[in-house]
Design a protein around this ligand. Structure first.
Ligand SMILES: [Zn+2]
Length: 77
């Protein structure tokens, strides 16, 4: 899971980072670009598929390919 912050004053957004790192980057941006303006903006979050989910999908595709191969070999003979 990653987060990125959008500046409320302009179109700036942080890269996908941890929440703490993103907040720090947005504050740095605000201090540099909008001095004297209270920090505003919003947080965007994403939930990326975790490694176990990707492994399960990969294993499922492999089994499907093996089943198709076995079926193709079975029909040839
Ligand atoms: Zn800004």
């Amino acid at each position: 899971m990653a987060d990125r912050y959008w500046c409320g004053e302009c179109g700036f957004r942080t890269p996908w980072l941890t929440r703490a790192e993103g907040a720090r980057r947005l504050l740095d941006h605000h201090r540099a670009r909008h001095p004297g303006v209270p920090p505003t903006g919003h947080l965007e979050s994403t939930r990326r598929p975790s490694a176990p989910v990707l492994l399960l999908v990969g294993a499922g595709l492999l089994l499907l390919a093996l089943a198709l191969l076995a079926a193709a070999c079975g029909t040839v003979s």
